[in-house]
Design a protein around this ligand. Structure first.
Ligand code: GDP
Ligand code: ZN
Length: 332
């Protein structure tokens, strides 16, 4: 057995890299039979143990333990976890410094990243369109305590030098942000003279009769892996209580100071949260955002537990029943 890394997937056919080689393959029947959910199948970023069949083909026997998993909830008849990327070290959280700029959106993206065991880095892109860059950086730093924030512009290449710190052999960077924020432009700039490597990926796609998939891992010449994750439109909350905790640590610390342990921070006496809002120490927008997130997460938790209960029922009856879930949209 050898170790390969999944760079793209399409209809059960996987593209992998192993050293300098590009391989195509499928999972063994055994793996398929033991898989209970979609997340038991390989995903982009997975390290897999493979048995090489020839120059180009390999059989996937097992998935090595994942360091982390970035999934989204797929809106279908049932809640399904769909993995976007695994084994990510750093997530570039993109927000463009144009009229779409909104610090609350950045907070929500950070929640998604926080609990994943990957390091978020906020990239304020299209800095050439903004006159108040320093102010924006400060604003993000204030609401994302401890997270690195950089302003970058594709038109000012020297602004990309700071990204060097996140690169290196064996490092994986995921790009996360709404479509149009400049993710592919940045990828192209980073790839630069490495275009031969990118072509190699494309070529093996053609050979395997696949069109290029959108979730594809690309390697820079220094060995850095880059993977794009879908835009915000598709991004939904899955299981983010932990992430909320890190992003809104200041609020949770305040809540600890309330007189009542079960304070709802609505009208109780000696409520530290209400006091902080009144005194302007806690921006009311930030408080509202926190409430909103809490509500959505609770709602999702109910959905997921309902789904799990139904799943169990189905399995115990041994009969697949169609279950329709009302999936309200959580577009951000
Ligand atoms: P993606 O959807 O996130 O991959 O975004 P793209 O990389 O396709 O970029 C969307 C648009 O923004 C394109 O027209 C780019 O030329 C433009 N763009 C990308 N980076 C910058 C930048 O730094 N400054 C400005 N002004 N425009 C940019
Ligand atoms: Zn309170």
């Amino acid at each position: 057995m050898e170790i390969a890394r999944i760079v793209s997937e399409q209809k059960g056919s996987y593209h992998m890299v192993m050293g300098q080689d590009h391989l195509v393959g499928e999972v063994t029947g055994k793996l398929r039979h033991s898989a209970l959910t979609r997340s038991d199948y390989p995903a982009v970023g997975d390290y897999v143990s493979v048995q090489r069949l020839d120059e180009q083909r390999a059989l996937i026997h097992a998935i090595l333990p994942r360091k982390n998993t970035f999934s989204r909830k797929e809106a279908g008849q049932v809640v399904q976890e769909q993995i976007m990327a695994t084994n990510v070290d750093t997530v570039f959280v993109f927000a463009a410094l144009n009229q779409d700029y909104n610090v609350r959106k950045i907070e929500r993206m950070l929640i998604f990243v926080w609990e994943s065991n990957a390091m978020p880095v906020v990239l304020l892109s299209k800095a050439d369109l903004c006159d108040t860059i320093e102010q924006k950086i400060e604003e993000v730093r204030d609401s994302a305590i401890g997270v690195a924030v950089h302003a970058i512009s594709a038109w000012h290449k020297e602004s990309l030098d700071v990204l060097q710190a996140y690169r290196g052999a064996g490092k994986t960077i995921a790009l996360f942000g709404a479509s149009g924020v400049g993710k592919s432009t940045l990828t192209n700039l980073l790839v630069g003279n490495d275009s031969m490597k990118v072509n190699a990926v494309r070529e093996s796609d053609a050979r395997g009769k696949h069109t290029t998939t959108h979730r594809e891992m690309i390697f820079l010449s220094d060995g850095t892996a880059i993977v794009d994750m879908p835009g915000m439109r598709e991004f939904q909350l899955f299981d983010h209580q932990e992430g909320i905790h890190s992003t809104f640590e200041d609020i949770e610390q305040l809540a600890d100071l309330c007189r009542f342990a079960n304070c709802t921070h609505e009208n109780e006496p000696d409520c530290a949260v209400l006091q902080a809002i009144e005194e302007g120490r806690l921006p009311s927008e930030r408080w509202m955002n926190y409430r909103k997130m809490q509500k959505e997460v609770r709602f999702m938790e109910r959905k997921i537990s309902t789904h799990e209960r139904l799943q169990e029922k189905r399995q115990s009856k041994g009969k697949a029943k169609k279950v329709r879930m009302n999936l309200e949209d959580f577009e951000l």
